[in-house]
Design a protein around this ligand. Structure first.
Ligand SMILES: *Cc1c(COP(=O)(O)O)cnc(C)c1O
Length: 413
């Protein structure tokens, strides 16, 4: 064994090679990354980037965090996988920890899987189990995102994502994100309502004030499950452990994934109260789900988030970033949305792709969930230095866009 990466895969022509070997479902990325540390990553040419996307709200502890590395290597040397015919200490410990931080407690139950979409597939099956009698309808929000596999895709409120893959799993209706639409749609024929506390993929869009409280009240009254997709909003991202904690409600179930193990794939469905009694033995499972490697890393990541006060840090740094964005005072910035370190920057023009590219040229990774929104989801570990660096690099990116008056005028003319 000599080189671990072939020159073909990392050389100048890797863009071409990527297009030749990877499935057409992925766009060819602009940059090939090599390694990271803290909130920075480096590409194969040695250029450094400030990572304010964190693998889309995944790398909660940033890159190469010693706690994650230690948990990963220690557990890998013991057991990586055993199947669900056997229990392991990290799996049970992680379930206990999750039941504590969610507040689900003694009446909660945890099901482990390997991704967000799998967590929502489990939640979809949970919803069907609440279908006794005439509960045939499942509600989800227009423009919501719940994943790419067929059940989660059916829940996803973006027609252009669903249409090529129709027919969809039946029974799902997409409603407007208003209290009126909720009130009109909920009755005793509804098995479950799926909601993201903040619609991340839609562009970090907040729900109307009082929405979750009203959703809780109405679902309870009609015997429907309130299932919150906390895959992006969970694990401290919004300045609380979970998004629903801002609203002071208790849901029937939540799904989590993304930040849970700081980048090692894992997901979970967590039920609260009576919803914990719906699944019976043998009704769901996953070969890799709850494996000791992923659960050990998740346990260590959650412990570190707690030890280092990173949920509070997400709240403080989120407020600080909002002040920085306001102080920039760019005419391109219309508003900021979201909570904590899940920030949507609404633009006054549909130039999010150009701005993202300009940010990348200036050593800053952000993304564009739609043409007029920038999403910031930095690691929860960021401090003053990273905020200051973001300020410099984002200003530089905005300045590049401001220097396109010619183009811009031609476009407008
Ligand atoms: C990312 C995401 C998913 C899908 O998770 P995957 O791990 O990509 O399957 C589902 N719901 C929300 C809200 C997400 O942000």
């Amino acid at each position: 064994m000599t080189a671990t990466t072939s020159p073909v895969s990392t050389g100048q022509h890797w863009h071409e090679t990527f297009g030749e070997v990877m499935m057409g479902s992925l766009a060819v990325p602009a940059v090939m990354l090599d390694h990271g540390r803290g909130a920075s990553v480096w590409d194969v040419d040695g250029k450094e980037y400030l990572d304010f996307l964190a693998g889309i709200a995944v790398n909660a502890l940033g890159h190469a965090h010693p706690v994650l590395l230690d948990a990963l290597s220690t557990q890998a040397a013991k057991l990586v996988h055993v199947s669900n015919y056997f229990a392991t200490p990290p799996q049970v410990a992680l379930a206990e920890r999750l039941l504590r931080i969610t507040g689900a407690g003694t009446y909660g139950r945890v099901y482990f899987c390997n991704s967000g979409t799998e967590a929502n597939e489990a939640a979809f099956k949970l919803a069907r189990l609440n279908s006794a009698g005439s509960r045939t309808r499942i509600l989800a929000l227009k423009n919501g995102f719940h994943g790419r596999t067929m059940g989660s895709l059916a829940l996803t409120g973006k027609p252009h994502m669903r249409e090529p893959f129709e027919p969809m799993v039946p029974g799902v209706e997409h409603i407007d994100s208003t209290l009126e639409a909720l009130d009109a749609a909920l009755d005793d024929t509804v098995a479950a309502l799926f909601v993201e506390p903040i619609k991340g993929e839609a562009g970090v869009i907040d729900l109307p004030d009082g929405y979750l409280a009203a959703a809780r009240e109405l679902t309870q009254r009609h015997g429907a499950l309130l299932i919150l997709d906390e895959i992006q909003t969970g694990i401290g991202r919004t300045g609380e452990w979970f998004g629903y904690q801002h609203a002071g409600i208790v849901p029937d179930a939540i799904t989590i994934a993304k930040g849970m193990a700081g980048g090692v794939p894992i997901g979970a469905l967590i039920t609260f109260g009576k919803a914990s009694e719906l699944f019976t033995r043998g009704q769901h499972g996953s070969t890799f789900g709850g494996n000791p490697l992923a659960t050990a890393v998740a346990g260590a990541v959650l412990e570190e988030i707690e030890r280092a006060g990173l949920v509070e840090n997400a709240k403080l740094r989120g407020a600080q970033l909002r002040r920085v964005l306001a102080a920039i005072g760019s005419p391109l910035i219309a508003e900021t949305r979201g909570e904590g370190l899940l920030i949507g920057v609404g633009l006054t023009e549909p130039v999010a792709d150009q701005l993202t590219a300009a940010a990348l040229r200036n050593g800053l990774i952000v993304n564009a969930p739609n043409e007029s929104s920038i999403r910031l989801a930095p690691p929860l570990i960021i401090g003053d230095d990273e905020v200051a660096e973001f300020d410099r690099r984002f200003r530089a990116a905005l300045a590049e866009l401001d220097q396109r008056p010619l183009d811009h005028q031609h476009q407008g003319a």
